[in-house]
Design a protein around this ligand. Structure first.
Ligand SMILES: NC(=O)c1ccc[n+]([C@@H]2O[C@H](COP(=O)([O-])OP(=O)(O)OC[C@H]3O[C@@H](n4cnc5c(N)ncnc54)[C@H](OP(=O)(O)O)[C@@H]3O)[C@@H](O)[C@H]2O)c1
Length: 428
């Protein structure tokens, strides 16, 4: 028998508006497939006069989000406001009132997730957040459910569409970083202030959430080493290409010797790796498990409609659980033993602009050798009175490579450290 599940919506902007439209279009088909009719009964916004989707009954609009989370005619709350406060307090109030919550708020989960999950567990209600990572790509549910028994070794994700678009333009058109960023802004992929994307912080929040779910430990954005793409040059990309690699901004979460390492940085990915083929603003997450082997989930990592699709899936899950009278499930997270990025062992690409004179190569090689960083291959390119030296190292420890860079900077013959990229291969 069909029964309506009444939804209170916090926020009706890009994503909220798309959710309203998608639900209006799909409500009958969803009801026929699932027996659940989702009905929006209240919607909180800041400004009652702004345009809203034509499908929205404006009588349900309010500027009081507290009234939504406590209303008798709201069974489930969906939060798509995109702020830490008051979203945090509102979700807690909804849970305390016995209402399951669905959210797309990655900043909230990556900074206060541990406490919020505890609040959901205490309330015995669902806190679902598929839309917070990877937009329309199902990632959280596969990790929480399908892979619940899997000893996951590593997750590597292209989880920021803006930076993937910029790197794709640099790789395929030879664009400079600045030109590619301007194009991304013109197309609406990048914000006027692009720091959260190009600095790696948006990807950092997402990989913190993925690490928490994959490894069952509390990881926050503060625990993630974040390095963005602002220093990548067209020359680095061209060298990478010649060597058989593609440069990608990766969010990586891995378990090494019982410790969890979580980091975001640009990396050279072999051109034959599935992540190398993820172009433009698409996202993908590559999972390596001891039993399952390798998996990749690919799709639209952002956008109002893909994100609404994920929200609808979570709303139906929450509605189903509510109807069954079952307690919701929130992740139970233990304290993470975190691995410092200093302990990362990887191959490195290192580009240096040096004075083109005898003895310079020996001096540079000497500095690398002093820190136990050995060279796998080297290329030299003349640039007038300068030369560009490009090294690929054998596997080395991050802390030793950073010390090497500091010593190289103080060498008289080194004019500029051109670029440093970790190489995806047999690092750990
Ligand atoms: N956009 C995407 O592709 C995408 C993808 C994945 C996840 N997300 C996440 O989804 C969330 C929403 O993103 P968005 O792009 O839809 O944001 P948005 O367009 O800025 O919409 C925010 C909505 O929240 C309302 N709002 C904000 N503060 C409020 C308050 N204190 N009280 C009542 N209403 C309030 C705004 O009201 P007014 O309309 O009256 O201003 C607006 O309707 C964010 O957490 C974002 O990270 C977005």
């Amino acid at each position: 028998m069909t029964s309506a599940v009444r939804v209170g919506v916090l926020g009706c902007g890009n994503v909220g508006g798309a959710l309203v439209s998608l639900l209006a279009r799909e409500a009958n088909a969803i009801e026929a497939r699932t027996g659940i009719r989702l009905e929006i009964t209240r919607v909180a916004v800041r400004d009652l006069d702004k345009p809203r989707p034509p499908e929205l009954n404006r009588a349900v609009l309010t500027t009081d989000p507290n009234a939504v989370v406590t209303a008798d005619d709201v069974d489930v709350v969906v939060e798509i406001m995109g702020v830490l406060d008051p979203a945090d307090e509102l979700l807690r109030a909804a849970l305390a009132a016995g209402k399951p919550v669905v959210t797309a708020n990655k900043e909230l989960l990556a900074t206060r997730g541990v406490d919020l999950f505890a609040a959901a567990a205490a309330a015995g209600r669902d806190l679902l957040f598929e839309a917070a990572v990877g937009g329309g790509i199902p990632l959280i549910r596969p990790l929480r459910e399908s892979l619940a028994g899997e000893p996951i070794a590593r997750i590597m994700g292209i989880v920021n569409g803006t930076t993937n678009f910029i790197l794709t333009r640099m790789t395929e058109d030879g664009a400079t970083y600045e030109d590619a960023l301007t194009e991304a802004q013109r197309l609406g992929y990048a914000e006027p202030d692009p720091t959260a994307d190009v600095g790696g912080f948006d990807a950092g929040a997402k990989v913190a959430i993925l690490a928490s779910i994959a490894f069952g430990v509390g990881v926050s954005l503060d625990d993630v080493y974040c390095e963005g793409i602002t220093k990548i040059t067209a020359t680095d990309i061209a060298f990478a290409r010649r060597l058989g690699y593609v440069v990608k901004l990766l969010g990586i979460a891995e378990q090494v010797d019982g410790q969890i390492g979580v980091r975001v940085h640009p990396a050279m990915v072999p051109a034959t790796h599935p992540l190398a083929s993820v172009r433009d603003s698409f996202n993908a997450v590559f999972i390596e498990g001891d039993a399952v082997g390798e998996l990749m989930l690919y799709g639209r990592g952002a956008g109002a409609m893909p994100t609404s699709s994920a929200l609808l899936g979570d709303l139906l899950d929450a509605a189903h659980n509510l109807r069954q009278g079952g307690a919701g499930r929130a992740p139970v997270l233990s304290t993470a033993k975190l691995r410092s990025v200093d302990d990362l062992r990887s191959q490195y690409y290192l580009a240096l602009d040096v004075a083109d004179r005898p003895g310079v190569l020996a001096a540079v090689a000497g500095v690398l050798g002093n820190h136990g960083v050995s060279i796998q291959s080297m290329e030299q390119q003349g640039l007038g009175d300068e030369a560009r030296l490009v090294f690929i190292t054998h596997v080395a420890r991050e802390a030793d490579v950073q010390k090497t860079l500091r010593d190289l900077e103080s060498l008289d013959a080194v004019r500029k450290i051109g670029g440093l990229l970790r190489v995806i291969g047999d690092e750990k």
